[in-house]
Design a protein around this ligand. Structure first.
Ligand SMILES: Nc1ncnc2c1ncn2[C@@H]1O[C@H](COP(=O)(O)OP(=O)(O)OP(=O)(O)O)[C@@H](O)[C@H]1O
Ligand SMILES: [Mg+2]
Length: 239
């Protein structure tokens, strides 16, 4: 069976919540599906930190002279990340071709087994990592993440143009941190003049995730119900 569906969680803008969305969404999916996460952010991997496995090392197996990694299993999710393998100070000096090679190897040399969904936590940008993921890993779909800042929205449009050129389908965009939840009334409150993301980007908004403390301090043992609508839509689109 292999990997049925690869979804890259991406944005050109840094810090809009890709890693947070990726970790929460994968956790939600792991209730019902076989799930993996590939952390493709070589310069700033985060998933091993979010899942509290930063001291783990994937076992390396050599079969017929070929090296492979056994991914770390955490909360029913198979995880591999350069964060486990690399000296991050060395990786920070890498140039494009080394970075591309590392991402490709991380995907190919990991024994993912049969997975329903592999989520790729992408680095910010539109550079080499994106070209490698597009050409070598070939995700079935991309989920873009944005905040409501004008700059993030402009970068989302840039990302969309790039994925269109690379012919990778985008399932939609996640509107992250545009509102918070009033602690007493439980109502949605926003300090922003909200931008119509569907109008601006031409993409469907699949979910709107509030800016809340529980998400700022991701707990792999506690699912956030804010991800349920997003989960349902993605399952529907991809099955
Ligand atoms: N919905 C949210 N509510 C509260 N805090 C959030 C939320 N989403 C993200 N954050 C916080 O915002 C910061 C940036 O999030 P995150 O690291 O997930 O973004 P990113 O897009 O992956 O960043 P990078 O581009 O550096 O990889 C983190 O401190 C995270 O805890
Ligand atoms: Mg990140």
């Amino acid at each position: 069976m292999g990997i049925k569906q690869i979804i890259a969680v991406a944005s050109a803008k840094g810090g809009v919540g890709k890693s947070t969305i990726c970790a929460n969404l994968a956790s939600y999916f792991a209730q019902d599906f076989k799930v993996g996460i590939l952390d493709a952010d070589i310069y700033g991997p985060n998933q091993h930190i979010l899942f509290n496995v930063f001291n783990s090392k994937p076992e390396v197996k050599t079969v017929d002279g070929h090296k492979s990694f056994i991914p770390i299993e955490v909360n029913n999710i198979l995880l591999n990340s350069m964060g486990f393998i690399l000296d991050k100070d060395k990786a920070a000096m890498w140039r494009g071709p080394m970075l591309s090679g590392a991402i490709k190897q991380l995907k190919e040399l990991t024994q993912w087994g049969d997975l329903d969904y592999l989520f790729i936590d992408m680095p910010p940008g539109t550079g080499d990592a994106y070209l490698t993921v597009a050409s070598e890993i070939k995700p079935n779909n991309v989920l873009l993440v944005t905040s409501q800042s004008k700059l993030a929205v402009q970068d989302t449009i840039k990302s969309k143009t790039m994925f269109d050129k690379l012919k990778i389908p985008m399932i939609g965009v996640v509107d992250n941190m545009s509102h918070s939840i009033h602690p007493v009334s439980g109502e949605e409150v926003s300090e922003f003049d909200l931008i119509d993301l569907e109008d601006e980007t031409g993409l469907k908004v699949l979910g709107s995730i509030p800016r809340i403390r529980d998400l700022a301090e991701f707990n792999p043992n506690k699912l956030s119900s804010f991800f349920e609508p997003l989960y349902n839509k993605i399952v529907k689109i991809t099955s």
